[in-house]
Write a protein that binds this ligand. Sequence first.
Ligand code: ATP
Length: 422
Amino acid sequence: MKDRVPAPFFSLLQETGELAERRHVRVYAVGGFVRDLLLGIPNLDVDLVVEGDGIRFAKALARRYQARVTTHNRFGTATVTLADGQTIDVATARTESYEAPGALPTVKRSSIKEDLRRRDFTINTLAIRLNADHLGDLVDLHGGLRDLQNKTIRVLHGLSFIDDPTRVFRAIRFEQRLGFQLDQDTAVLMTEAVKMGLFHRLSPSRLSAEFLHVLSEREPVKTLAGLADFNLLQFIHPQLKWTSGLARLLKAVEKAVAWHAGLSLGPLASPWVVYVMALMDQLPQPAVQETLARFTFPRRETQAMLWWANTQVRPYEEAPLLRTLDRTVKPSETFRTLRNLPDETLVFLMAKTRAKQKIVDMFTIYRRMKPVLNGTDLKTMGLKPGPLYNRILDRLLDARLDGTVETETDERRLARRMAKQS
Ligand code: ATP
């Protein structure tokens, strides 16, 4: 562990173990952090499990580091946020029982052994003890290390997916992300869970959260193909099918998202939207509306997705966007047509339409262009302030974009001419 995490982070874990010792509780690092540590994948997103009162321990840890702590009493969990932004999730060791498939579990305090037994896959059941005298001891009660070595995703028991159907999505995410294989019995259980239609019982917010996790993977297309293999696209919408056309569009989306990421404009706020737009693209507009009404996506993103569905159903003559993208037009026309669209939509249009160059120019040239003159300059030139100013500035920008003015003198000349004609 010492060799695989940054030194300050190791000290933090070490001091956490010392604090645990002083407070007479046992503390373990668990789950994804341990899995990734053993695989050599950088991950400082640490989850702690406390045999004892997790919330009290989290508060003590927060005092020790003068950190912020937020608590969730119902679940016995807390999040400690250190001054440098590092967060540590702390949970009381607990058992969970499920009253109905897909429902949230009932929670009771227990031991690490019980806590690990409620987890999804063997590779996520590994724990590392942090207490000073046992720092670094690996707890492997379900053959997690063996499955990590064999690159296998395996559930702990036959009812796992019935207890929590979202684990089917999780299995596919880990399979694709880590390049692991599904254990044969686990794959059979997944197929059965899909056939049983357990997903219909998940609440929209859980289904949405799971779908977002899939789309937020580093390579979402692989994960979506994995969902399709298990016939799971039907839970996005029953009419949604994996076709070669969809696969091609998703690949093009992946390329466009990567291209945008290389522009150093800052990352897209919601890259996942671009993938949903591609998924929705083959659906008729009412099906898109149904899907977006069912998922609890944020408003801005939902509007962007609906916008595209609506754009396509309008008659061609009434869809200026499509016409502008199709024809050779002046840069100013491209700019005016595209300027109010969110970045995610532009990236999607880049993948979807033949107008790639227009979108490239939009991001790299048009959006950066400005006239040299501003309102104050127009005033200094003696032009009378009023709505004319906006018209002049708009026109100056068009002229810049189209290359019909090149210098400040050109701009002044154009501004004067417009003022005279008004
Ligand atoms: P990621 O790298 O995607 O964050 P992770 O394993 O850290 O992977 P989390 O969703 O943060 O995933 O969950 C932390 C741990 O909690 C998991 O490693 C697993 O042990 C457990 N866990 C999470 N979700 C479930 C679930 N639905 N059923 C059972 N155990 C779960």
